[in-house]
Ligand binder design. Structure first.
Ligand code: IPE
Ligand code: IPE
Ligand code: MG
Length: 265
């Protein structure tokens, strides 16, 4: 029987649960509907969406949240009309130019995950420059998922693992879930504690499939450009009121929180 399903583990293996999430991951959805309801072109919604990103980054900094991961463009978003895709990429480039220096001034580490090679050499260079400039910053790690898909991420990690096995550096029979983790895009980062999706849809849309295994989900009908501090506070309050059990019983979690051994089954 594998370790994760062993029935009588005496020690509590759940990570300590903090009332404030360490890592927040967001699907910023609803820009198009926000614009449409105002009779504006969809790109106007995306532009307002960038402002909402700026506010959320500032709020996370103030609250001491250490990791913020934002879904900006999915591997499926290429299916959109060509003009929207082109304008989105232009906006991404402009936001990079405008914001990276500010992120650096605020001690924020900036990273992009996803298959960015599809964006063209110029944009890739600007992304890598931003990452290099901010790599040693320590206040908040801001990860933007662009041309990202959870299935792509798992597949590319498997590819790397297979290469190691083919080179004789790894025995395929010894592969566990942990073997894959160093090759995933979010390697070395804690898994998201809180996942927020705006725009009313209640789905994951191929975001961080692997990493969301034990994340708390929060869905709001608010459209992304309308997601303000009040909305963020509501998401944090919802998170703070939850009991994360990671497979244990509620009694075990309570006992551990009050300092006992957590042996009660
Ligand atoms: C999210 O907003 C932004 C991206 C996917 C780039 P949408 O553009 O999906 O907005 P809706 O869902 O059409 O309203
Ligand atoms: C998810 O939103 C991707 C991003 C926010 C970047 P979509 O609007 O693309 O998701 P679906 O198509 O409604 O599932
Ligand atoms: Mg959408």
């Amino acid at each position: 029987m594998s370790k994760s399903t062993k029935p009588s583990t005496p020690a509590l293996t759940a990570p300590p649960v903090l009332r404030m999430p360490l890592h927040v991951a967001v699907i910023m959805d609803g820009n198009g509907r926000w614009a449409k309801s105002r009779g504006l072109p969809r790109i106007a919604g995306h532009r307002r969406g960038v402002e909402a990103v700026r506010d959320l980054v500032a709020a996370c900094g103030e609250k001491g949240i250490r990791y913020l991961t934002l879904f900006a463009f999915s591997s499926e978003n290429w299916r959109r009309p060509e003009t929207e895709v082109r304008l989105l990429l232009e906006l991404f480039g402009m936001a990079l130019d405008k914001e990276v220096k500010k992120l650096h001034a605020n001690n924020i580490r900036f990273r992009v995950i996803g298959d960015v090679s599809a964006f063209g050499a110029k944009l890739v260079e600007r992304i890598r420059q931003g990452e290099a400039l901010t790599r040693d910053n320590t206040a908040l790690t801001l990860t933007v998922a662009a041309n990202y898909g959870g299935r792509w991420d798992i597949a590319q990690a498997c590819r790397e693992l297979a290469r190691c096995a083919a080179a004789g550096a790894l025995d395929p029979g010894s592969i566990t879930a942990e073997s894959l983790e160093p090759f995933l895009s979010m390697a070395k980062m804690p898994e998201p504690d809180l996942f927020i999706r705006t725009g009313g849809e209640q789905r994951v849309s191929n975001f961080l499939l692997w990493q969301l295994a034990y994340t708390e989900f929060y869905f709001t009908p608010a459209l992304w450009p309308d997601f303000d501090r009040g909305q963020f506070e509501a998401a944090l309050a919802s998170y703070a009121g939850r009991q994360r059990r990671f497979g244990h019983t509620g009694d075990q979690i309570e006992a551990a929180a009050s300092g006992s051994t957590g042996k009660r089954a």
